[in-house]
Design a binder for this molecule. Sequence first.
Ligand code: PLP
Length: 410
Amino acid sequence: MADPSLTTRIVHSDRHFGVEHGGIHMPVHSSVQYGFERAEDLIGVFQGTLKNSFNYARQGTPTTAALEALVTSLEQGRGSVCFATGMAALSAVFLTLLRAGDHIVSSRHVFGNTNSLFGTLGDLGIGVSKVDAGSLAAVEAALQPNTRLVFVETIANPGTQIPDLAGIGELCRKRGLLYVVDNTVTSPALFLPRSVGAGLVVNSLTKTIAGHGAALGGAVTDTGQFDWNVYPNIFANYRQGEPAGWGLQQIRKKGLRDMGGSLSSQQAHQISLGAETIALRVAHSSSTALALARFLQAHPRVAAAHYPMLETHPQHARARQLFGAGSWLLAFELRDPGTMLGVLNRMQVAIKATGIGDTRTLVIPVAPTIFWEMGASARAEMGIAEGLVRVSVGLEEAQDLIADFGQALG
Ligand SMILES: *Cc1c(COP(=O)(O)O)cnc(C)c1O
C-alpha cells in the first residue's frame, strides 16, 4: 500500500508555514489584496525578490500556497501551481508551453474533456497524434521533429488502460522530450510519476486528492527532472534564475496570472482537509473496488469487467509492478446493453451521477453521457463499448456494494 510515512507527512504539511496564533490548521485567507508598510516591498513582490509574499489573489494566497506545498510533498516534486480545476491545470500546461507549429503525442485513451481540448489545440495549429500508448513502438513511431511533449494518463478513465509508463519515460529522456503524466486516477498515494521520469505531473485535485466531492481544483507539479534549458518555448522573461524553475515560472505567470483559472482560498482549504486522508481512502476504496470487480467479472449478466488488479486485465503485470493498488476506478460491460438502464435504475446505494473520486459510489453509462458529444466512431476508436458502465467506488463497505449491484443485475 502507500508509503507509510505519507499520512504522517501530509497531516503536518501546513504547520511549516508558521500559522498565526499557533492554530494547528492553516486558516482560510480570503483577502484578494495584500498590503505592505514599505513601497520597496510592494515592488519586491512584483519583481520576485521578496519571496513567500503575495500581492493579488489571482496569483495565489497563503492558503493556496499551503496546498501547493502539500501537493509538492505528495508528488515528491520541486514545486506546484494550483488551479481552479483539473482542466484549468491541463489547459495551462498545453497553452503556455506549446505554440502554433508544435506537435504532441498523446495516449488515445484520455479523459473526454482532455480529448476535446486537443481539438482546440488543433484549431490553434498544434498537431496532436493520438496513439495506443500501451505500445512503446506506437509512441516512438508518432514522434516528429517538432514534437514537444508526450502526454498520458496513468490509468485511463473510464477504460482503465495503462500506458507503458516506464518505457515512454525512458524514450522521452533519450529524446529530450517533456513527459507529462496525468496522475488523477492513481494519485500520489498509489504512484509517483517522477519514478518513471515524468517532468510534469497533473492532478485533478477534485478527485482523489480532495476525495469528498465538495471542491474543484487542479495542480501542475514539476518533478525537477526535466531540463528546461533544452525546451525552446520558454520566454526570455522566465529564463531567470535556475533553469529547473523556468517551466513552472512560465506556467504560473502565463497560465495562472494571465489566463486566470485561479483556485480560491476557500476551495484550497477544503481540498487540503480532504488530502489529509488520501492514503486511508485510497487503500479502502481500492480493496472494495477489487472485490466488486471480482464479483462483476463472475456475474453471468456481465460480459467484461475492467480493473487493473484483475488477472485478466491486459496490463495487469504492469499495474502490479508500478502501482500500490488498483484505485477506485472500474468499468464493466453488460452482456445485453439493452438492460443497462434497468440495471442502473435498480441501484439504491450507487448514485447515478457523473464525476469520480467522491466518498459515495457513482455510476454512469459512458457512451450516452460523457462520451456522447464525440460520436460513435470516435468512441469506438477510444475503445468505449456502447454498454460500458463506469463505477467510481466510494467509501461504502464492499458487502453493501456487492449486494446492491447483485440485486440490480438480478
Ligand atoms: C476529472 C479529470 C480531469 C479534469 O479535472 P476537473 O477538476 O474536473 O477539471 C482531468 N483528468 C482526469 C483523468 C480526470 O479524471
